[in-house]
Design a protein around this ligand. Structure first.
Ligand code: PEP
Length: 259
């Protein structure tokens, strides 16, 4: 199955609007000329409209880092799917930092994924086990449940919407720690746990077409190790996405692996 790799930068809570403009100005011309990779930047909400203008016609997509599932109303501090859709094509959902610090669960992830799909966004759905779960041999069980519950009820009779989903496998112990998973371990989780769980939900044909990114301490030095693996279809990059040369190098490494 020919899956175009997708490299997304999760800027987390970094960069003012002015700093965000500066970072994009530094990387836009280098990124736009890299072929055969879907490129996505996910800045903080407040920088999205400014970057939308800068990135227009660049071939580089914009993503939000979260959304709320309701359309509108008395939900102070939240951002609706429609508000995200005005500027973005993508939205990260269920990042482990949101699960850890903001009480997100597989059930709330499911509501957000459904809302994102309904409005036509491409959700980047994050799954991954904690260090305790990894050390207790619970990775498969945890990740399978996150997929099963998080993606439940996405209508398989509408293959286009299910195919649009991107899954990011991000072992929590690898995020921001400098201790990346090995390519082999990530490939195993992608191919033996996530893709079969997607197949149970959507059937094999759709499961084979869904991109599964790896995320967790990806850098320019280790990126090729991940992209060489057949089940790894790009990366969700945190810290290194704030460093222009690193992010460009990671994206180039993905382009080289494009199958
Ligand atoms: C992330 O935040 O999704 C992430 C993978 O972070 P880092 O690359 O810094 O580990």
């Amino acid at each position: 199955m020919n899956r175009i790799p997708v490299v997304a930068g999760n800027w987390k809570m970094n960069k003012t609007v002015a700093e965000a403009r500066e970072l994009v100005s530094t990387i836009i011309s280098k990124l736009r000329e890299i072929p055969n990779v879907e490129k996505v930047l996910c800045p903080p909400f407040i920088a999205i409209p400014a970057l939308y203008e800068l990135l227009e016609n660049s071939g580089i997509g914009l993503g939000a880092q979260n959304l709320y599932w309701e359309e509108k109303g008395a939900f102070t501090g939240e951002i609706s799917p429609g508000m995200v859709k005005e500027f973005c094509k993508y939205v990260i959902i269920g990042h482990s930092e949101r699960r850890t610090y903001f009480g997100e669960t597989d059930e709330s992830v499911n509501r957000k994924v459904s809302a994102a799909i309904k409005i036509g966004l491409t959700p980047i759905v994050c799954v991954g086990e904690t260090l305790d779960q990894y050390e207790s041999g619970l990775t498969s069980e945890v990740v399978r449940r996150q997929i099963k519950v998080g993606l439940a009820g996405i209508d398989p009779v509408d293959p286009a919407s299910a195919r649009r989903i991107i899954v990011a496998y991000e072992p929590v112990w690898a995020i921001g720690t400098g201790k990346a998973s090995s390519g082999e371990n990530a490939n195993h989780v992608h191919g033996q746990v996530i893709r079969p769980a997607l197949s149970d939900l959507f059937g094999d044909d759709i499961a084979q077409s869904i991109r599964i990114q790896y995320g967790g301490s990806v850098t320019a030095s280790n990126a090729s190790e991940f992209f060489a693996q057949p089940e790894i279809d790009g990366a969700l990059v945190g810290g290194a996405s704030l460093k222009p040369d690193e992010f460009v190098a990671i994206t180039k490494a993905a382009a080289k692996s494009s199958r």
